[in-house]
Design a protein around this ligand. Structure first.
Ligand code: ADP
Ligand code: MG
Length: 268
Protein backbone atom coordinates (compact mmCIF):
# COMPACT_ATOMS: atom_id res chain seq x y z
CA UNK A 1 0.00 0.00 0.00
CA UNK A 2 1.05 3.54 -0.72
CA UNK A 3 2.35 5.48 2.28
CA UNK A 4 0.55 8.62 3.38
CA UNK A 5 2.28 11.70 4.79
CA UNK A 6 3.02 11.34 8.49
CA UNK A 7 2.48 14.24 10.89
CA UNK A 8 5.52 16.01 12.36
CA UNK A 9 4.32 15.24 15.85
CA UNK A 10 1.74 12.90 17.33
CA UNK A 11 -1.89 13.85 16.59
CA UNK A 12 -4.15 12.88 19.46
CA UNK A 13 -7.68 12.58 18.09
CA UNK A 14 -10.62 12.13 20.45
CA UNK A 15 -13.64 10.45 18.89
CA UNK A 16 -16.72 11.52 20.78
CA UNK A 17 -20.48 11.96 20.55
CA UNK A 18 -22.59 11.33 23.65
CA UNK A 19 -25.16 9.58 21.51
CA UNK A 20 -24.71 5.80 21.38
CA UNK A 21 -24.59 3.80 18.17
CA UNK A 22 -23.42 6.61 15.89
CA UNK A 23 -20.21 4.89 14.82
CA UNK A 24 -17.62 6.11 17.33
CA UNK A 25 -16.05 2.71 17.87
CA UNK A 26 -16.38 1.60 14.27
CA UNK A 27 -14.73 4.81 13.12
CA UNK A 28 -11.94 4.63 15.75
CA UNK A 29 -11.00 1.10 14.77
CA UNK A 30 -11.28 1.44 11.02
CA UNK A 31 -9.59 4.83 10.75
CA UNK A 32 -6.80 3.51 12.98
CA UNK A 33 -6.39 0.38 10.85
CA UNK A 34 -6.34 2.42 7.61
CA UNK A 35 -3.76 4.85 8.96
CA UNK A 36 -1.62 1.97 10.23
CA UNK A 37 -1.89 0.17 6.92
CA UNK A 38 -0.49 3.23 5.19
CA UNK A 39 2.61 3.37 7.33
CA UNK A 40 1.59 5.27 10.47
CA UNK A 41 2.25 4.13 14.02
CA UNK A 42 -1.17 4.18 15.65
CA UNK A 43 -2.50 3.70 19.19
CA UNK A 44 -6.19 3.24 19.94
CA UNK A 45 -7.14 4.12 23.51
CA UNK A 46 -10.35 2.32 24.43
CA UNK A 47 -12.18 4.52 26.93
CA UNK A 48 -15.54 2.72 26.81
CA UNK A 49 -16.23 0.16 29.58
CA UNK A 50 -17.91 -2.03 26.95
CA UNK A 51 -14.48 -2.52 25.39
CA UNK A 52 -15.90 -2.73 21.87
CA UNK A 53 -12.82 -1.19 20.28
CA UNK A 54 -10.61 -3.73 22.08
CA UNK A 55 -12.84 -6.55 20.81
CA UNK A 56 -12.85 -5.22 17.27
CA UNK A 57 -9.04 -5.07 17.30
CA UNK A 58 -8.84 -8.68 18.44
CA UNK A 59 -7.48 -7.74 21.88
CA UNK A 60 -8.19 -9.78 24.99
CA UNK A 61 -9.97 -7.61 27.55
CA UNK A 62 -11.34 -9.98 30.17
CA UNK A 63 -11.49 -8.67 33.73
CA UNK A 64 -7.86 -9.48 34.72
CA UNK A 65 -6.17 -7.81 31.76
CA UNK A 66 -4.19 -4.66 32.70
CA UNK A 67 -6.26 -1.88 31.19
CA UNK A 68 -6.97 1.82 30.90
CA UNK A 69 -8.80 1.55 34.24
CA UNK A 70 -5.47 0.89 35.96
CA UNK A 71 -3.98 3.91 34.20
CA UNK A 72 -6.78 6.28 35.24
CA UNK A 73 -7.35 5.00 38.77
CA UNK A 74 -4.13 3.26 39.88
CA UNK A 75 -1.56 5.46 38.09
CA UNK A 76 -0.27 2.46 36.13
CA UNK A 77 1.93 3.75 33.25
CA UNK A 78 0.35 3.44 29.80
CA UNK A 79 3.43 1.52 28.67
CA UNK A 80 2.40 -1.32 31.00
CA UNK A 81 -1.01 -1.85 29.41
CA UNK A 82 -0.53 -1.11 25.70
CA UNK A 83 -0.58 -4.21 23.50
CA UNK A 84 -0.03 -4.80 19.82
CA UNK A 85 -3.11 -5.53 17.71
CA UNK A 86 -2.72 -8.87 15.93
CA UNK A 87 -3.90 -7.75 12.50
CA UNK A 88 -1.43 -4.95 11.68
CA UNK A 89 2.08 -4.77 13.23
CA UNK A 90 2.13 -0.98 13.78
CA UNK A 91 -1.33 -0.82 15.36
CA UNK A 92 -1.58 -0.79 19.15
CA UNK A 93 -4.35 -0.68 21.73
CA UNK A 94 -4.82 0.40 25.31
CA UNK A 95 -7.68 -1.96 26.18
CA UNK A 96 -10.74 -1.30 28.33
CA UNK A 97 -12.31 -3.79 30.71
CA UNK A 98 -15.70 -3.73 32.40
CA UNK A 99 -14.35 -2.28 35.67
CA UNK A 100 -13.93 0.98 33.76
CA UNK A 101 -17.67 1.49 34.33
CA UNK A 102 -16.84 2.17 37.99
CA UNK A 103 -14.15 4.70 37.04
CA UNK A 104 -16.81 7.27 36.19
CA UNK A 105 -17.63 7.36 39.95
CA UNK A 106 -14.13 6.61 41.30
CA UNK A 107 -12.64 9.50 39.35
CA UNK A 108 -14.85 12.01 41.17
CA UNK A 109 -12.71 11.91 44.31
CA UNK A 110 -9.34 11.81 42.51
CA UNK A 111 -6.92 14.72 42.25
CA UNK A 112 -7.02 16.32 38.78
CA UNK A 113 -9.87 14.02 37.88
CA UNK A 114 -10.39 15.59 34.44
CA UNK A 115 -6.71 15.42 33.47
CA UNK A 116 -5.66 11.89 34.37
CA UNK A 117 -5.55 10.62 30.82
CA UNK A 118 -3.68 13.74 29.68
CA UNK A 119 -1.09 13.17 32.41
CA UNK A 120 -0.73 9.52 31.47
CA UNK A 121 -0.25 10.44 27.80
CA UNK A 122 2.34 13.09 28.72
CA UNK A 123 4.25 10.59 30.84
CA UNK A 124 4.17 8.09 27.98
CA UNK A 125 6.35 8.38 24.90
CA UNK A 126 3.52 9.30 22.50
CA UNK A 127 6.06 10.65 20.01
CA UNK A 128 6.67 7.11 18.82
CA UNK A 129 3.11 7.27 17.43
CA UNK A 130 1.81 9.33 14.55
CA UNK A 131 -1.76 9.07 15.81
CA UNK A 132 -3.48 8.31 19.07
CA UNK A 133 -7.22 7.75 18.61
CA UNK A 134 -9.36 7.82 21.75
CA UNK A 135 -12.70 5.97 21.56
CA UNK A 136 -15.22 7.47 24.02
CA UNK A 137 -18.25 6.03 25.79
CA UNK A 138 -21.72 7.36 24.90
CA UNK A 139 -21.91 10.06 27.59
CA UNK A 140 -20.39 13.39 28.54
CA UNK A 141 -19.15 12.11 31.90
CA UNK A 142 -15.64 12.19 33.31
CA UNK A 143 -14.30 9.55 30.92
CA UNK A 144 -15.24 11.63 27.88
CA UNK A 145 -13.99 14.78 29.62
CA UNK A 146 -10.64 13.02 30.17
CA UNK A 147 -10.57 12.22 26.47
CA UNK A 148 -11.31 15.85 25.54
CA UNK A 149 -8.61 17.11 27.90
CA UNK A 150 -6.13 14.53 26.61
CA UNK A 151 -6.67 15.18 22.89
CA UNK A 152 -5.65 17.94 20.48
CA UNK A 153 -8.41 17.26 18.00
CA UNK A 154 -12.01 16.17 18.25
CA UNK A 155 -13.58 13.98 15.60
CA UNK A 156 -17.37 13.77 15.83
CA UNK A 157 -19.06 10.91 14.00
CA UNK A 158 -22.62 11.78 13.00
CA UNK A 159 -25.11 9.19 11.90
CA UNK A 160 -27.21 10.38 8.97
CA UNK A 161 -30.62 10.03 10.60
CA UNK A 162 -33.40 12.25 11.85
CA UNK A 163 -32.09 13.08 15.33
CA UNK A 164 -28.48 13.46 14.19
CA UNK A 165 -28.02 17.07 15.24
CA UNK A 166 -29.80 16.75 18.55
CA UNK A 167 -27.34 16.86 21.42
CA UNK A 168 -24.53 18.28 19.31
CA UNK A 169 -25.03 21.68 20.96
CA UNK A 170 -24.38 20.10 24.35
CA UNK A 171 -21.23 18.39 23.04
CA UNK A 172 -19.94 21.65 21.54
CA UNK A 173 -20.63 23.52 24.82
CA UNK A 174 -18.67 20.86 26.71
CA UNK A 175 -15.81 21.32 24.24
CA UNK A 176 -15.91 25.11 24.83
CA UNK A 177 -15.72 24.57 28.60
CA UNK A 178 -12.82 22.15 28.27
CA UNK A 179 -11.06 24.56 25.94
CA UNK A 180 -11.42 27.55 28.24
CA UNK A 181 -10.53 25.78 31.48
CA UNK A 182 -8.48 22.66 30.84
CA UNK A 183 -7.18 22.25 27.31
CA UNK A 184 -6.82 25.34 25.08
CA UNK A 185 -5.33 23.25 22.25
CA UNK A 186 -8.52 21.28 21.59
CA UNK A 187 -10.17 21.93 18.23
CA UNK A 188 -13.16 20.37 16.51
CA UNK A 189 -11.08 19.26 13.55
CA UNK A 190 -13.23 16.63 11.88
CA UNK A 191 -16.82 15.54 11.39
CA UNK A 192 -17.48 12.19 9.76
CA UNK A 193 -20.88 11.23 8.37
CA UNK A 194 -21.55 7.56 9.11
CA UNK A 195 -24.02 4.83 8.20
CA UNK A 196 -25.18 6.76 5.17
CA UNK A 197 -28.04 5.18 3.28
CA UNK A 198 -27.94 6.61 -0.22
CA UNK A 199 -31.46 5.38 -0.95
CA UNK A 200 -33.12 7.76 1.48
CA UNK A 201 -33.79 11.45 0.97
CA UNK A 202 -33.48 11.91 4.72
CA UNK A 203 -29.81 10.86 4.78
CA UNK A 204 -29.02 13.34 2.00
CA UNK A 205 -30.90 16.07 3.85
CA UNK A 206 -29.07 15.40 7.13
CA UNK A 207 -25.72 15.37 5.33
CA UNK A 208 -26.55 18.71 3.71
CA UNK A 209 -27.62 20.25 7.03
CA UNK A 210 -24.39 19.11 8.69
CA UNK A 211 -22.27 20.51 5.83
CA UNK A 212 -24.13 23.84 5.91
CA UNK A 213 -23.61 24.11 9.62
CA UNK A 214 -20.02 22.87 9.99
CA UNK A 215 -18.47 23.59 6.57
CA UNK A 216 -15.03 22.24 5.73
CA UNK A 217 -14.63 20.41 9.01
CA UNK A 218 -16.91 17.75 7.53
CA UNK A 219 -14.93 15.14 5.57
CA UNK A 220 -15.89 14.83 1.90
CA UNK A 221 -15.99 11.07 2.32
CA UNK A 222 -19.21 9.64 3.71
CA UNK A 223 -19.31 6.16 5.26
CA UNK A 224 -22.06 4.03 3.72
CA UNK A 225 -24.13 1.55 5.66
CA UNK A 226 -22.54 -1.83 4.91
CA UNK A 227 -23.09 -5.27 6.41
CA UNK A 228 -19.37 -6.05 6.15
CA UNK A 229 -18.61 -3.17 8.52
CA UNK A 230 -20.91 -4.60 11.19
CA UNK A 231 -19.64 -8.18 10.70
CA UNK A 232 -15.93 -7.45 11.05
CA UNK A 233 -15.81 -6.99 14.88
CA UNK A 234 -17.08 -10.52 15.52
CA UNK A 235 -13.92 -11.74 13.76
CA UNK A 236 -11.75 -9.46 15.91
CA UNK A 237 -10.85 -7.45 12.83
CA UNK A 238 -11.33 -4.06 11.27
CA UNK A 239 -13.23 -4.14 7.99
CA UNK A 240 -9.96 -2.91 6.45
CA UNK A 241 -8.45 -6.38 6.76
CA UNK A 242 -11.69 -8.39 7.01
CA UNK A 243 -12.94 -7.31 3.58
CA UNK A 244 -10.58 -4.75 2.02
CA UNK A 245 -12.59 -4.42 -1.19
CA UNK A 246 -15.93 -3.75 0.51
CA UNK A 247 -17.60 -0.37 0.24
CA UNK A 248 -17.16 0.21 3.97
CA UNK A 249 -13.42 -0.54 3.90
CA UNK A 250 -12.87 1.68 0.86
CA UNK A 251 -14.81 4.53 2.46
CA UNK A 252 -12.96 4.30 5.78
CA UNK A 253 -9.67 4.20 3.91
CA UNK A 254 -10.65 7.30 1.91
CA UNK A 255 -11.74 9.11 5.10
CA UNK A 256 -8.45 8.21 6.79
CA UNK A 257 -6.55 9.50 3.75
CA UNK A 258 -8.37 12.83 4.05
CA UNK A 259 -7.41 13.02 7.73
CA UNK A 260 -3.77 12.18 6.97
CA UNK A 261 -3.58 14.78 4.20
CA UNK A 262 -5.15 17.53 6.28
CA UNK A 263 -2.04 18.19 8.19
CA UNK A 264 -3.47 19.26 11.49
CA UNK A 265 -7.08 19.79 10.58
CA UNK A 266 -6.90 22.78 12.88
CA UNK A 267 -10.05 24.46 11.56
CA UNK A 268 -12.51 25.27 14.33
P1 ADP B 1 -20.84 3.80 18.96
O1 ADP B 1 -19.44 3.41 19.28
O2 ADP B 1 -21.01 5.24 18.63
O3 ADP B 1 -21.81 3.35 20.02
P2 ADP B 1 -20.65 1.72 16.95
O4 ADP B 1 -19.44 2.07 16.18
O5 ADP B 1 -20.53 0.66 17.97
O6 ADP B 1 -21.27 3.04 17.61
O7 ADP B 1 -21.80 1.36 15.91
C1 ADP B 1 -23.10 0.99 16.34
C2 ADP B 1 -23.56 -0.24 15.57
O8 ADP B 1 -23.69 0.08 14.20
C3 ADP B 1 -22.59 -1.39 15.66
O9 ADP B 1 -23.31 -2.59 15.71
C4 ADP B 1 -21.82 -1.30 14.35
O10 ADP B 1 -21.34 -2.56 13.91
C5 ADP B 1 -22.87 -0.76 13.40
N1 ADP B 1 -22.28 0.06 12.34
C6 ADP B 1 -21.44 1.11 12.49
N2 ADP B 1 -21.10 1.63 11.30
C7 ADP B 1 -21.76 0.89 10.36
C8 ADP B 1 -21.83 0.93 8.93
N3 ADP B 1 -21.16 1.85 8.21
N4 ADP B 1 -22.60 0.01 8.31
C9 ADP B 1 -23.28 -0.91 9.02
N5 ADP B 1 -23.26 -1.01 10.35
C10 ADP B 1 -22.50 -0.12 11.03
MG1 MG C 1 -18.66 2.59 21.05
Amino acid sequence: DRQWPRPGSCRIITIANQKGGVGKTTSSVNLAASLAQHGAQVLVVDLDPQGNASTALGIDHHADVPSIYDVLIEDTPLADIVVQAPEIPNLFCAPATLNLAGAEIELVSKVARESRLQRALEAYDTDKYDYVLIDCPPSLGLLTVNALVGGNELLIPIQCEYYALEGLGQLIRTVELVRSHLNPTLSVSTILLTMYDARTRLAAQVAEDVRNHFGDVVLKTVIPRSVRVSEAPSYGQSVITYDPGSSGALAYSEAASEIAHRNTGAAE
